[in-house]
Design a protein around this ligand. Sequence first.
Ligand code: URA
Length: 187
Amino acid sequence: MSSLDCQARSAQSCRDCELAQTRRQAVFGSGPSQAGLIIIGEAPGAHEDEGGAPFIGRSGRLLLGLLEEELGLTRNDVYIANTVKCRPPQNRTPRMKEIEACFPRLRTQVETIAPSSILCVGATAQRALTGDRRPMRDAHGQVFDTHFGIRAVVTYHPAAALRNGSRIVEAMRADLGVLGGLLGSQR
Ligand code: URA
C-alpha cells in the first residue's frame, strides 16, 4: 500500500477532533501522487462527505471548470485536498482547534506529494497555510510562501462565486493566470 493510501486509511479512524462524531467518512484527497499542483480547499461538504472525494459538488464543478478553461488542467492532472478532512455540521467554517488537529495530516500529505505549487481556495486554506489573514479581496491573486516551504496562489472559494456571480468568477480566472505563471516558472 502506498504512503498516501496508508495516510488515507488512517484518516478514516481519526478521532482527533469532534468532527469525527458527525462525519460519514473522512475525505482525505484525490489525484495523482506525483502531481505538480495541489489544490487545497476548506472542508468537505455534503456531497463530499457522501461520495468520499473532494470538490465533487457544485463548487467543485465551477472550480475545476475554470481550471480547465484557464490552464488546461483536469482533475486527473492535479491533487485535490482540504484543510480539514471531515465535514463540519451544516457546512460551518472549521474551528481553529479542528484546523490545528488536522494540520499534521495535511503537512504529511503535502510533503508526500511534494508539488511545485499550491492553490489555496478560500480564506480557511489561505489562513492555515500562509498565516496571512487579510481579507480575500486583498489577498487573492498573490503568491505566498506557505508553512510547507512551497509557494501558493490564493483565490476565492467557488462557493463565493456561486453566491456573488461573475465578478468573483473573473477574479478567479485572473488568479488562475497567476498560478499558471508560477507553474510555468517552475517547469
Ligand atoms: N468546499 C471545499 O472547500 N472543499 C470541498 O471538497 C467541497 C466544497
